[in-house]
Design a protein around this ligand. Sequence first.
Ligand SMILES: C[S@@+](CC[C@H](N)C(=O)[O-])C[C@H]1O[C@@H](n2cnc3c(N)ncnc32)[C@H](O)[C@@H]1O
Length: 432
Amino acid sequence: MSISVADQLDLFDIEVKTNQRDQTSTTFIGNMKLPVHRWFRYSAGFSADWVKETIRQYAKDKSMILDPFAGSGTTLVAANEIRFPSIGFEKQYFVNRIANIKLHYTFNIDHTKKLYNEIIHCPVSKDFNFDGQPELLKNCYTPEILSILIAMRDKYNEIADNSFESEILWLAITAILRSTSHAGTAQWQYIQPNKKKKNAIDPYAAFSQKFSEIVWDLQLFNKKNITAQAEILNHDARELLQAYKNAFDILITSPPYPNNYDYADATRFEMIFWNEIKGWSDLQTRVRNGLIRSCSQHSAAEKLNLDTILHDPLLVPISGEITAVCKELEQVRLEHGGKKTYHTMIAAYYLDLAKVFINLRQLMKKNSIVCFVIGDSAPYGVYAPADIWLGKLALAAGFESWSFEKTRDRNIKWKNRKHRVPLKEGRLWIRG
Ligand SMILES: C[S@@+](CC[C@H](N)C(=O)[O-])C[C@H]1O[C@@H](n2cnc3c(N)ncnc32)[C@H](O)[C@@H]1O
């Protein structure tokens, strides 16, 4: 079963209202010009410059930084750049691998070039079987382009040697899969085989360019003596990691939003290319497990009991409000064709975040600073105020205060929208 792009995007069309600097500080756009950050474009990141500014503003000499939803590693790379140690959690294994590569800067240039040369000069099979390739790939590439990319992939698999240098090559191939496809890419990473874009880049040119970009940036970091003081763990942010109790002074993160975006699906295209999953059904078993339940695929009504979730003691601080919203959604969904399980999605999402705050209270030192870049949502037009609910859950977990700083409005274009609720994105500052 697949969810349409229109449906996925329905909840979070973005329109900018505030000033230029502010609105880009909660996006990834600016990072595509920055060394190392630019290696892979990942959705829902935030600006690395803003992360650095924030760390500088609050850090003391030996402050330890945490990002419990590290994604492609923006916070961690930024912390490295200004020489603060950091730890990240990222439960989506494919994204975790990408972030890991962005957190190593020592490399052997000769070995890297040798691997690169083997891949770029590998012959393309004359018997390439286009028809035998996965459907999604056939829809996204011409036979000629796909034969080149598959030849690169197979060569990589043949010569990969578990070294960081071969990880660089893996990333260089992974990072060009979208720019070399004629398929459109929707906002937030969804591939759209039926939408054609004008300029697909030649795979050899894209690969060379990405490779030289990575090597250039590594050399730049080495020249600046930037060393990796960060580690990214394949850890679920809801669970305590004893080793890091009371370890952190500053937390900067952007968790999944309760807006039906599926982080398991975010790299489905790349995972299919690398033969790691066969298709949609593998996402649930291999990728989605362990992720915050922020999408309806993750909150099937037959698997989750709404009342059981709503009666969980962890939701007591918001129980009246969340029960009203979820019960309304339980009714409203019946009026919609898709009958999406947003009622269980919202309930499960806030229960997951309650667990995250309880965990974070133990990981963060007393008087620490916590910043969550968040967005609220209004599935089927029913508004769930993320700032207030998350603020209350943070206080219930033992933090002392919270405040919300809006950075931009979302969904303010009424045309074609099903609902009329202005949504916002911004920073939830939590202290104590
Ligand atoms: C908004 S993105 C973070 C993007 C990040 N700021 C960056 O620079 O790329 C949220 C991330 O949280 C991850 N995630 C979801 N559930 C998680 C969990 N239970 N524990 C750790 N990470 C999780 C998702 O896979 C996703 O990569």
